[in-house]
Ligand binder design. Structure first.
Ligand code: ADP
Length: 224
């Protein structure tokens, strides 16, 4: 589903943020990306939906090399990829329903009846069906993050990427969010989560890619 071949990334004026990164993620896998702050986790994730382009090497997502995508085709790639950030990036002036509906409205090819059905299905999966009329400010941090997850899955993406999704949450809420990701993985979604919280992700017993200073230090298979 995701393949990195000798990928490197240098930001304009900066040093190498990533160097010679090689790994392969099979469809339906769930794994973690870890390393200290500045190790390159965000940069690596951002290259998968083409938020950033690599400076060298090749990335293949769902069988297609990313350097083959023209700018106007990028939305097509992003429809298949759900992204979750540390702060849920909800729109404060829209209610929960409208925030989750946003990706469907952007892609524009959904009948209003389908939008309602899919938004409620996504909210149901994250346990927030009853909060559709609330505004983000009325929700706790954990609930806001769950709305962010509902928004990321409303298009039924093949791949779910999360960048420090539990960075602002206490340990118990963090485990809840991780088990939500596990549930999406169990129905076939490929899930890649970046987190520096080694204790939390070790407890998940999944594969771990460990970055240090832009290099892939280890690719550890989780104990079953
Ligand atoms: P992490 O997510 O592991 O904290 P990042 O991918 O954010 O790491 O950063 C990796 C390196 O790239 C750091 O040295 C960081 O300063 C640099 N970097 C990240 N984003 C940019 C950018 N937009 N422009 C220049 N340098 C950047």
């Amino acid at each position: 589903m995701i393949e990195f071949n000798r990928v490197s990334k240098r930001y304009p004026g900066g040093r190498e943020a990533l160097l010679d990164i090689n790994f392969k993620v099979e469809a339906g896998e769930m794994l973690f990306l870890t390393g200290h702050s500045g190790a390159g986790k965000s940069t690596l994730l951002k290259m998968i939906p083409l938020i950033e382009r690599p400076s060298g090497g090749e990335i293949i997502v769902d069988g297609r090399a990313l350097n083959k995508y023209k700018r106007r085709q990028v939305p097509q790639l992003r429809r298949d990829i759900g992204i979750i950030f540390q702060d849920s990036k909800l729109l404060a002036d829209r209610n929960v329903f409208d925030n989750v509906a946003l990706p469907l409205l952007v892609s524009g090819d959904n009948h209003p009846r389908d939008v309602g059905r899919r938004v409620r299905a996504a909210l149901d999966k994250v346990g927030l069906l009853k909060r559709e009329h609330d505004f983000p400010i009325q929700l706790s941090g954990g609930e806001q993050q769950r709305v962010g997850i509902a928004r990321a899955v409303v298009n039924r993406p093949k791949v779910l990427l999360a960048d420090e999704p539990t960075g602002n949450l206490d340990p118990e809420l963090s485990r809840e969010i991780m088990s939500l990701f596990e549930q999406f993985n169990q129905v076939g979604v490929t899930v890649l989560v970046a987190s520096h919280d080694l204790e939390l992700i070790s407890s998940m017993r999944k594969r771990m890619l460990i970055l240090r200073g832009g290099r892939l230090l280890a690719d550890e298979r989780g104990a079953m």
